[in-house]
Design a protein around this ligand. Structure first.
Ligand code: HEC
Length: 614
């Protein structure tokens, strides 16, 4: 029986994997002969007959009148391929007028014709997608990843193979805008009868699973060793309808993504968790232990052996109930908000009037995205000023737009933060956060785009104090307001500090920067000179804005100095740099501005002390 795995076989993937191996294990694995770029250009494509998504047989001959053909290998679950759906559909329409035919090719064996049809429809591809289940065409041209494009001239000779453009600087780093449009350049050259200047580029994306010899047993097997890790660490996001682009619930799914899984875990990109271990003791840590990481990597290296299903852990069940039980109040965004398929990330603020008739103390808050595929994180605020309503009224559609920074409402106070996989927790006994009856709850939702238009209507659940509250939790922000980053600075440093006027307990900490942010460290120097790290983010990624909750509230005496050091990369080699060429960047709320905060939830005073000043 043949089995399918994703071998580490693209040149870039192999290099990346080797780099990760080198970094994490200090040794370099031999990459193998097939890692050298295969040209593919120059290959003549002969007649084929493949089913399209509607089940109809299509052949190359059918398009013989066309001056050029573009074959684009795509998958239904690959986030990189999906992020190109809109631009591919646009290119196909534009070049149709010039007698060029675009054909999507799906060579992923585990993706059914039905799934391919549903995908083509919901992403409005507009061009036929052919199912190359036996990978005849994929093998003929040597396609390795999705998305990868092949331009065939009138003789059906491959004149270009590779990426669509250079928007992806690496698998997980996307530039705000592409600088080189390789596919279009190649098409223009072919249509003009000219030589293609760059006939081969490296496509970044998801490996097309190729058949491999079955590996059933091994020292590390899926059912016994790997499934429990995926259950605990991955499935909260990697299951149908959640934020991750594909599921990791079954052996086949895990096996098909094995090479990507190895890269993602070795590089500590997955599970997302930016806080460096040993710098702050946090609750609900998502990071894999070194042991878990080793197990997953060994499993992939051994060829992803399945093992004995009898040793599998019981499937994890997921419930739709609120984690803390029935909330006292659930607020819902009044109407669905439509999220565009592509373009920069979208930060939208929604105004939720509470309808309360008396003041309350909130002791826990939870969030439920209406459409988990697009909701990357949610931050909630209390707005006693009514300014949110004004902004909402002035902006068409539900809510209003903001940058990744503030919500444009001075005087609003932060209430809670949610990211996929976060569990809600109660504040310590006797502690609450006030929600006055005339205040609105504002939620800022960070949407990321899936390639197709999606709708979302997020809900917030509030739990109120039943007992009198003695102490109030509030938000403390440390960070520089004088940010001024010259263009081309590779490691621009900004510092700020404050000294606590009273004793405080710190419950959690949320580092916040925008696209140029690279690194942030927050330290506390106690009055006796002892220094403690509160958090260290060594490799900032604005897409994972988490609030890290301490295992035990950190008690810091009056006179403690909290200092923050943040670093920014304003060079053009930072793929996320929103300005090209780089420009001077100062403090501000827009995506093109910067911030550098540590936002902490704190309680002033000590347990049992008199009610703190409000
Ligand atoms: C908190 C939610 C979350 C958890 C937990 C999580 N993932 Fe992901 N994962 C995502 C999201 C969201 C993406 C898509 C990222 C993107 O679009 O750039 C992703 C992408 C990936 C990718 C593809 C990366 C790429 O190269 O494009 C792999 C592989 C992956 N996850 C593996 C894992 C594994 C293995 C685990 C557990 C050990 C895990 N993830 C845990 C949310 C999560």
């Amino acid at each position: 029986m043949s089995r399918i795995t994703r071998p580490v076989s693209t040149p870039c993937a192999a290099l990346l994997a080797a780099a990760f191996l080198f970094l994490s294990h200090g040794r370099l694995r031999s990459i193998g002969a097939d890692s050298s770029p295969q040209t593919g250009a120059g290959v003549k494509v002969s007649e084929f007959r493949l089913k399209d998504a509607t089940g109809r047989l299509r052949s190359l001959a059918e398009f013989k009148e066309r001056k050029a053909l573009v074959l684009v290998f795509i998958g239904t679950e690959c986030p990189v391929a999906n992020s190109y759906a809109e631009s591919l559909a646009g290119l196909a329409r534009r070049y149709e007028a010039r007698n060029v035919q675009f054909l999507g090719i799906n060579a992923n064996r585990d993706e059914s014709l039905k799934a391919v049809a549903a995908h083509a429809e919901s992403f409005h591809l507009g061009f036929p997608v052919l199912k190359d289940n036996r990978q005849v065409l994929a093998d003929r041209v040597g396609a390795r990843v999705t998305p990868e494009a092949f331009v065939l001239d009138a003789e059906r000779v491959v004149r270009y193979r590779g990426r669509i453009d250079d928007a992806y600087a690496s698998r997980t780093k996307k530039r705000p805008e592409a600088r080189a449009r390789d596919l279009e350049d190649a098409l223009e050259a072919v249509l003009a009868g000219k030589r293609v200047a760059n006939p081969v580029t490296v496509a970044l994306g998801c490996l097309i699973p190729r058949p491999q010899k079955a590996v059933v047993s091994g020292r590390v097997t899926y059912h016994r060793d790997v499934a429990p890790i995926l259950q605990q660490r991955c499935q909260s996001c990697h299951r149908p309808g959640q934020v991750a682009p594909f599921s990791l619930l079954t052996y086949r799914e895990a096996r098909n993504w094995a090479a990507e899984i190895k890269q993602a875990v070795s590089g500590r990109l997955m599970p997302p968790w930016l806080a460096e271990p040993g710098h702050g003791e946090f609750q609900d840590v998502r990071r894999l232990s070194d042991e878990e990481l080793r197990t997953v990597v060994q499993w992939v290296d051994a060829g992803a052996p399945e093992g004995n299903p009898k040793q599998a852990p019981a499937a994890k069940t997921w419930t739709d109930e609120w984690f803390l039980g029935k909330p006292d109040l659930v607020l819902t965004v009044p109407e669905p908000y439509e999220v565009a398929g592509s373009g920069p990330d979208d930060f939208r603020v929604f105004v939720l009037p509470t309808g309360l008739t008396e003041d309350k103390q909130v002791v826990a808050i939870d969030f439920r995205p209406g459409n988990p595929r697009v909701v990357h994180h949610v931050v909630s605020f209390v707005d006693p000023t009514g300014r949110g309503r004004t902004l909402d009224a002035a902006d068409p559609g539900p809510g209003y737009s903001s940058g990744p920074g503030g919500i444009k409402v001075p005087g609003a106070t932060l209430q809670g933060i949610w990211a996929p996989g976060n569990l809600p927790r109660y504040l310590p006994q006797g502690v609450g956060r006030p929600l006055t009856k005339n205040g609105d709850l504002l939620i800022q939702v960070h949407y990321h785009k899936t390639g197709r238009v999606e709708a979302d209507q997020t809900k917030v659940a509030l739990y109120f104090a039943r007992e009198p509250v003695q102490r109030v939790a509030s938000t403390m922000i440390v960070g520089p307001f004088n940010i001024d980053i010259p263009p081309d600075a590779a490691r621009h440093e900004q510092r700020a500090s404050l000294t606590l006027p009273v004793e405080m307990e710190v419950l959690n900490i949320m580092p916040h920067m925008h696209l140029l942010g690279k690194e942030m460290k927050v330290t506390a120097t106690l009055p006796d000179g002892k220094q403690e790290d509160l958090v260290w983010i060594r490799d900032w990624d604005y897409r994972w804005q988490d609030s890290y909750r301490y295992k035990e509230p950190l008690r810091l005496p009056a006179g403690t100095k909290i200092a923050i050091t943040a670093y920014y990369d304003n060079t053009s080699s930072n793929p996320r740099n929103p300005s090209n060429p780089p420009r001077r960047v100062r403090f501000g709320e827009q995506t093109t501005d910067e911030m550098g905060f540590a936002i902490m939830e704190v309680i002033a005073g000590r347990p049992g002390s008199a009610p703190s000043a409000q």
